[in-house]
Write a protein that binds this ligand. Structure first.
Ligand code: NI
Length: 227
């Protein structure tokens, strides 16, 4: 399941963040890559422990925590502190898979990466290339969103960022561990939740069938969730 969340950050938040990001010190993106990934990765990142990454990361986590669509789609357990990258002319990230387990720097914690997220800080019109291409069972999907928009996709997917041929692509990326490990179960719960929201609009929250469906949702969650 691939979900796009539009306008997670406002235009003002993006403008402010971009100003700070462009003035920051960037390091080689290979610093957070595994062996196979490092061989195909050419970009720059903010250092994981940089104060700016922590400050902007905290803003992103606040917005995610208040976003009903994200909570319904991800059912998050633990979210990796957001990282930031930039791809300039000639830079890209070849086909790879994200590491299954990510230690969180400076702590003894690690997360299992169930879902990967990219939050765009550049508008699609600002650069050519730089598309996030995700391999799915229905073929490759190409993602290029506007600044402030986020895409969420299963971390088990092979993916790449195509070479930037004009301009620059600025983004945040991170992973999360979901309370629902299995993509199929998580996807069913998302569909059920979306239907319950729609039916509630028509019938009201106290209608007997709305109550029964809400019960089914929570009982499936109880059966499948681990936290
Ligand atoms: Ni990746």
């Amino acid at each position: 399941m691939l979900i796009v969340i539009e306008a997670l950050l406002s235009k003002d938040e993006i403008t402010d963040a971009r100003q700070q990001l462009l003035g920051a010190r960037w390091v080689d993106g290979k610093s957070t890559a595994g062996t196979q990934s490092a061989a195909v990765k050419t970009n720059r990142q903010l250092a994981e422990n940089s104060p700016l990454a922590q400050q902007l990361g905290a803003l992103i986590l606040r917005r995610l925590g208040a976003n009903a669509q994200f909570l319904s789609a991800a059912i998050p357990d633990k979210i990796f502190p957001p990282l930031f990258n930039r791809y300039g002319l000639g830079e890209g990230f070849g086909l790879h898979i994200d590491n299954a387990i990510r230690p969180i720097k400076g702590t003894s914690l690690a997360i299992r990466t169930d879902l990967s997220a990219t939050l765009f800080f550049s508008d699609a019109s600002e650069y050519d290339g730089g598309e996030l291409q995700i391999e799915t069972s229905y073929g490759a999907q190409s993602i290029k969103l506007n600044a402030g928009d986020l895409v969420l996709y299963p971390s088990r997917s092979l993916h790449r960022v195509t070479e930037v041929t004009r301009g620059e692509r600025l983004a945040s990326f991170f992973w999360l561990q979901s309370m629902i490990r299995d993509d199929g179960q998580r996807s069913l719960l998302f569909d059920l939740d979306q239907s319950i929201q729609a039916v509630t609009q028509d019938l009201g929250s106290n209608h007997a069938e709305v109550l029964r469906l809400t019960g089914v949702y929570h009982n499936l969650l109880r059966r499948w969730a681990s936290c």
